[in-house]
Ligand binder design. Sequence first.
Ligand SMILES: [Mg+2]
Length: 367
Amino acid sequence: MTNQNVVASDEKSVLSVSWITVSLPNSPLLTLRPVVSVTRKLLKNLETNNGSPKINACWVDSMRASSPTRVNSPMASLSETDKHTSWIARHPSALTMFDQIADASLGKQIVLFLDYDGTLSPIVEDPDRAFMTNEMREAVRDAAEYFPIAIVTGRCYDKVYSFVKLAGLYYAGSHGMDIKGPSKSCTHNKGNHNPVLFQPASEFLPMIEEVYKSLEEKTKSIPGARVENNKFCLSVHFRCVDEKSWDALAELVRSVVNEYPKLKLTQGRKVLEIRPTIKWDKGRALEFLLEALGYANSADVLPVYIGDDRTDEDAFKVLRDRGQGFGIVVSKVPKETNASYSLQDPTEVMVFLRRLVEWKVALLRRR
Ligand SMILES: [Mg+2]
């Protein structure tokens, strides 16, 4: 495999952002390192995956059985309650374990990475209506006063920004393929001017647009099918499609994507996603942001990543491999995960964010 398909065409926009200074009240001034070196190193690793777009033959069954994947054997014979108890023992609540998490962060800068759907907002049938509550927005905004926060999502930047509406955050949209920094001007406005930090897949944009139009046209024949354009990737939603039509829809998607060997299909929660075949995911986005913040090889940082989806597992795994920080999975049901801790739903995520702020405020008052 060579680097011939590596996407570096957007280096100009990367190079244009040399230094970014982030002023966070009550926390040390954070200065982003020049992202040039960061980007060059990461581009080296951007080999394409094998471009053959394949769907696991059992994926529809998998989607039916559970979403996200639940733990099967060896616990299959246990009762649901026992399964849950066993799972919680291995992935305890981040609220129950809050003191341990806080203790681990002493002397370190907590950096928060937050997925959007199912983490900050409830999962809803219409993806255009996955709004976060004002209370959640307030909790995120308050937390951003003390900790750098990145929203890491499969959604395109414009869409997730229209939901979150907080300019003082980092955003890694399109599964981390569209990374933007915080606006320097203010922390909460209706503008949308956050500067681009990194877009590793910009070369794929015309191709993605072409596939989007093709899928939009062809899926009209299947009631409830919905194609969402996430700029650097596409999502075909199955949530509102009769289960009897899932196989037909999957086959239709596969037949379109088969014509584009530089694209690949992945499966999410009642969704098929079409992405460039570059090796880039939420885990890489987390690494990029940590490096850009100056914490590449630092012991002075505690990254905390909260997410509910299979795609968040890449980030949980990065944290495990680094032996640094914590992954927190949002789930009410046992599922296979690389996360250390769990929270049940977005409401618990909000409580966790508030406790972090209360703890930090109390800590600063004692000094
Ligand atoms: Mg999610």
